[in-house]
Every structure is written in structure tokens, then in C-alpha cells.
Design a protein. Structure first.
Length: 573
């Protein structure tokens, strides 16, 4: 058999030669073929004698065609893919991926399917060049590619009849929002805005950025904290998109030079989503950012927020105290509100009156009294809190401490037998104390009222369906202060970029925490006006782990990656 040339052999003989099947398997399949007249490949698959991979490798050897996987198929040129109708492509299991002047490259499972190749030649006036892939990869790619084509067709039809609109703006203001009656001129923009919102909600996104450029408008959505581009309508569609969003959020459509803020609500079958609208004039036109609140459908419990057992025990101890202050710090979008809501859900019962003062109310929770701020009518944090004092609350959540008056009320509440939860914008737990002192709280009051401060960040987690083990370089390890000796028994993982995870390798996020318990030693340091570094040193001696170390723990347990922890945290000095 040393002169075995697969190009002159039948498929069954190649599979036997490759030791994919035995001679007995082949004979059994051939006898079945006599009764069914099916092709040998599908019979061998049906009998379970070969895998799809064995079969396409054998076809590749026999016909000399290259084998491709689903990721390569998904790089197809959609305009070429669309040359074959979806029904034809799915029935014949064939995908057109690219085209040159005289030939068209197609991916198929069975390269001997001459009638399909003839049909492709007639439909496209091009000679087919064949690549081979497995049935399951082709089926997966067919769904994704034709899904994208449908979506881009909707965008095309939505923007195909767009021209620059400079009409009388007062007229647009009279659109009847209730009945959604829109003129033919405005209909494309309505469709386009709906499409952007639908896509963002489907992906579980938190923000939508509609950014004007010189040539086109970029539409990006934030998924797991990172922006992903979803479409690029032409620049002449910007005015229509902006006008539509201004109408929906009841903003002034005649004003283009000043920033504007508004809100709207989207109802879906599953949930209601509050949308905060921010419009900012830029050199190429108005940029829109839409913040989607309540678009995540995760159940709020402390267990699924990423706490290690030891930290969860400490956090639970302090949120169940009868009075004092629990402060969570971190930048915007670090999951502070989510942790606070989960804490309220945990301590909520019929014997406790819980009241919140928020701007905005992000999640509506049955059984909790939630107050929404309205600065324009003078209902701000300090005004609401003065009234709430008379409402006999046991637990109070203040959305954010951002001025002296709010800080003073929070401290007084906690010193008069109430449990107060709040958030502060600070980089870590020790600097939160400095920030509160900067706001003008007296050190003796702050020291007496604080129970616990927790700094929090979100890191992306590795996509479980695309997880692979790898060995990090010594340079990567040194960036998180580990050496090859330290990690000889450790396993490191990363995610393979796939279409399912938007080519990032990540899916979902988890929180990392830095917990500072305010014990007698820390209290004394606050009374004495000690520096941030002295407070940090004392906290670390008492067992506080920094955000960077908490992140490294997530790497060691295979939940996240070194790159992601470096992105989300700063080095401990």
C-alpha cells in the first residue's frame, strides 16, 4: 500500500487506509448502500462508524480540497453569500464565501454533489472553487451569516431612502407619539433606531454610543464593559436618528448647540428598561449615549456577585448590623448599585422599613420604598433625606454621597440607630475615607459611623465554551509579580475568540472586592487624621486584600485572565 494515492481511491478505501474504519465497517455500509442507494459518507455517519472530521478529511485527500472551520467560514463576504438564496443554501448545505472575476469560492460538505455545483454555476455565472467543511460547522455558519444578511438588509431598507432633512423643525415636534404615526420621510429613522435598540437589548448591553464621523456614523454597544461596533450608517442619516431619539425622550429637537439630557422607557415581553439619554454636540454633529438601566436579567443575590466565601462572610456580618454605614466605592459602571440592591434583597423582611433615595432608580424592587430624584423641581438628595427622616426608616440607601450636606445626613442617620448604605466615587477603600473627610465630615463623626468600606471593580470572565489552557510568558507573570517557580503547579486559562463572544474570548463579568473593616485601630487612625497610606498599611495588616490581589485570585482559579486583571486594577505600591 506504499503507493497509495488517495486521489485515485474511493472514499471507503481512504477511510480504511486512514484507520478511521475497519474493512468490516466498510462492507457493512456497502451492503446497506445496495438497499438505500444513499451515498456512502452519510451511511457511515448514520451507523456511527466515522466522525464528521474523519469524513471531511477523507474528502479533502480524495478531491484535493482544503478543509475550513466555522470561524473561517464566518469571514465570508456577505455580499457574495447573499448571491445564493437562503433557502437554496440551507437545502443544499452550501455557502458562497468570496468571488473573483470568473470564479466563486464555496464551502460544502460533499464535493461530489455535481448537480448543486452546476446550479451554483448557473446562478452566479462563475466557476465554483470548493472548500470542505463539516455538516455542523456549515449549519452553524448558515444561521449566523444569513442572520447578518437579514439584519443588514433591514438597515439598508431603513436607510436607502434617506436624504439630508432640513425641514421645518416645529412640524416634527407635533408627531403623535401615542399612535406612532410617522411620515414616510421619518419612517426609515424610526426603523433604524428601533433596530439599534433591539440589538442592544438582545446582547444584554448597558450603553449605546451613536457617534458622528466625517464619512459615517459609528454605532457601538457596551457588552461586558467593552464597546463593540454593530453598524455604520452613512453620515447623512445622523440628523434623522438624533431627531427620532429627541422626540422619544421629549427633548428640544430645534437645539443643536447645547448638551441635552432626557429619558425614555422601552417595554419588552420580559422586562421594562429605563433609558437615560445624553446628547453632546461634537465637531461632526450630535453624539448620543443611551444608558440602558435594568437591561440585565440576572437575579440579584450576593452569591452570584463573585464574592469568595471569606469575603462574603465578612460582608454579610456588616450588612446585618442594626446601625452604622456601609460604603461601596468605585468608578461608574463598577457594579456598586448591583451589590447594594443584592444586599437590600438579603436583609429585606416584613419587620424592616427600607427606603432608598436614588438618581436614577436602576432596579425596581417590590417591598422597598424607592424615591427618584428630580433636580429640576428641587427634589435632590438632601431635600429628600430631610423628609425621609420623618418616615421612620430602619435601613436607608443613598444612591451616592457627592456633597457635604448629603454626607452629613448619612452620618447623622447612622449615628441615630439606622443602617445606611451608600456609594462614593473613589479609587480604593482607604482613599474612600479621605474622600469623605474632603467633603467636610468631622473625623470623630466619620470614625464613629463607619462599619465597612468596600471597593469594587468588574472583570470579564473567560467564555466557558471557548476556554483553553495555556502557559503565560515570564513577562506576563512578572507584571502580576509572580515567577515561573511560584506558578509551576498552577494552570492558566484564556478564551478563544469566537463569534459567540464577539471575538473577545470573554463572556460575562464578575466582581473583585477590597474590603476594609473599620475596627478600633482604623477608627483611632481616622480620629488622629492619619494619612491614606497609614490607614492602608493597618488594613492590610488586618487581612485586607487589595483589588489587584483579588483579581489575581480570579486568574489562579481560572475565572479570568492576566490581561483582564491588569486592565481593571492598578499595581499596589
Amino acid at each position: 500500500m506504499s503507493n497509495f494515492n488517495p486521489q485515485f481511491q474511493r472514499i471507503g478505501d481512504i477511510l480504511v487506509y486512514n484507520k478511521a474504519i475497519t474493512q468490516e465497517n466498510l462492507e457493512r455500509a456497502l451492503s446497506e448502500q445496495k438497499t438505500t442507494n444513499e451515498k456512502l459518507g452519510p451511511i457511515l455517519l448514520k451507523l456511527g462508524f466515522v466522525s464528521e472530521t474523519d469524513l471531511i478529511n477523507a474528502y479533502s485527500q480524495q478531491m484535493g480540497h482544503r478543509v475550513v472551520d466555522v470561524e473561517e467560514i464566518l469571514k465570508a463576504n456577505l455580499e457574495v453569500t447573499a448571491l445564493l438564496s437562503e433557502d437554496f443554501a440551507k437545502e443544499k448545505r452550501i455557502i458562497a464565501v468570496s468571488k473573483s472575476e470568473h470564479s466563486i469560492v464555496v464551502v460544502m460538505e460533499d464535493p461530489e454533489d455535481i448537480s448543486t455545483l452546476d446550479a451554483v454555476k448557473k446562478l452566479t455565472n462563475s466557476n465554483p472553487e470548493i472548500l470542505i467543511s463539516s455538516k455542523s460547522d456549515i449549519d452553524k455558519a448558515l444561521d449566523i451569516l444569513y442572520g447578518k444578511i437579514k439584519k443588514s438588509d433591514e438597515v439598508e431598507s431603513a436607510i436607502s431612502n434617506i436624504s439630508i432633512v432640513r425641514g421645518d423643525e416645529e412640524e416634527s415636534d407635533e408627531l403623535d407619539l401615542g399612535t406612532e404615526e410617522v411620515s414616510a420621510e421619518d419612517a426609515p429613522f424610526v426603523k433604524l433606531v428601533n433596530l439599534i435598540l433591539m440589538e442592544a437589548i438582545k446582547e444584554g448591553s448597558t450603553d449605546i454610543h451613536i457617534e458622528p464621523g466625517r464619512e459615517e456614523v459609528n454605532v457601538r454597544i457596551r457588552i461586558d464593559g467593552v464597546l463593540v461596533k454593530i453598524m455604520s450608517p452613512p453620515s447623512n442619516s445622523l440628523n434623522g436618528i438624533v431627531a427620532r431619539i429627541k422626540i422619544l425622550s421629549k427633548l428640544n429637537i430645534a437645539e443643536h448647540r447645547l448638551p441635552q439630557d432626557g429619558r425614555m422607557k422601552i417595554k419588552t415581553k420580559e422586562r421594562d428598561i429605563d433609558v437615560r439619554v445624553s446628547i453632546l454636540p461634537t465637531v461632526h454633529g450630535e453624539k448620543i449615549v443611551l444608558r440602558l438601566l435594568g437591561s440585565g436579567n440576572k437575579t440579584l443575590t450576593l452569591q452570584n456577585l463573585g464574592f469568595p466565601d471569606k469575603k462574603l462572610k465578612i460582608f454579610r456580618k456588616w450588612i446585618n448590623q442594626p446601625y452604622g454605614m456601609v460604603i461601596i466605592s468605585g468608578p461608574t459602571g463598577s457594579g456598586k448599585s448591583t451589590t447594594l440592591y443584592a444586599s437590600l434583597m438579603e436583609i429585606m423582611n416584613e419587620s424592616v422599613n427600607i427606603t432608598t433615595v436614588e438618581d436614577p432608580v436602576e432596579y425596581q424592587i417590590p417591598g422597598i420604598n424607592q424615591v427618584q430624584m428630580h433636580d429640576d423641581i428641587g427634589l435632590n438628595f438632601s431635600a429628600s433625606l430631610r423628609s425621609i427622616l420623618r418616615q421612620d426608616p430602619d435601613v436607608l440607601l443613598i444612591g451616592e454621597i457627592r456633597d457635604k450636606e448629603t454626607a452629613d445626613i448619612a452620618v447623622k442617620f447612622s449615628l441615630t440607630g439606622h443602617l445606611v448604605f451608600s456609594t462614593v466615587h473613589a479609587n480604593d477603600a482607604p482613599s474612600t475615607i479621605t474622600r469623605l473627610l474632603d467633603l467636610g465630615i468631622a473625623p470623630f463623626l466619620l470614625g464613629s459611623s463607619l462599619n465597612l468600606i468596600m471597593a469594587q471593580r468588574l472583570v470579564r470572565t473567560i467564555d466557558e465554551n471557548a476556554k483553553e489552557e495555556y502557559t503565560p510568558t515570564s513577562e506576563e507573570l512578572s507584571r502580576i509579580n509572580l515567577s515561573s517557580q511560584d506558578t509551576s503547579s498552577m494552570k492558566f486559562f484564556r478564551g478563544k475568540p469566537t463569534t459567540d463572544n464577539h471575538q473577545t474570548g470573554y463572556k460575562g463579568r464578575t466582581a473583585i472586592h477590597e474590603i476594609l473593616e473599620v475596627n478600633n485601630e482604623i477608627r483611632q487612625l481616622i480620629y488622629d487624621g492619619s494619612s491614606q497610606n497609614e490607614i492602608k498599611k493597618s488594613a492590610v495588616n488586618n487581612g485586607m486584600t487589595s483589588l489587584r490581589d483579588a483579581g489575581i485570585e480570579k486568574v489562579k482559579t481560572g475565572i479570568s485572565t492576566i490581561d483582564e486583571v491588569l486592565r481593571a486594577t492598578v499595581e499596589d505600591i
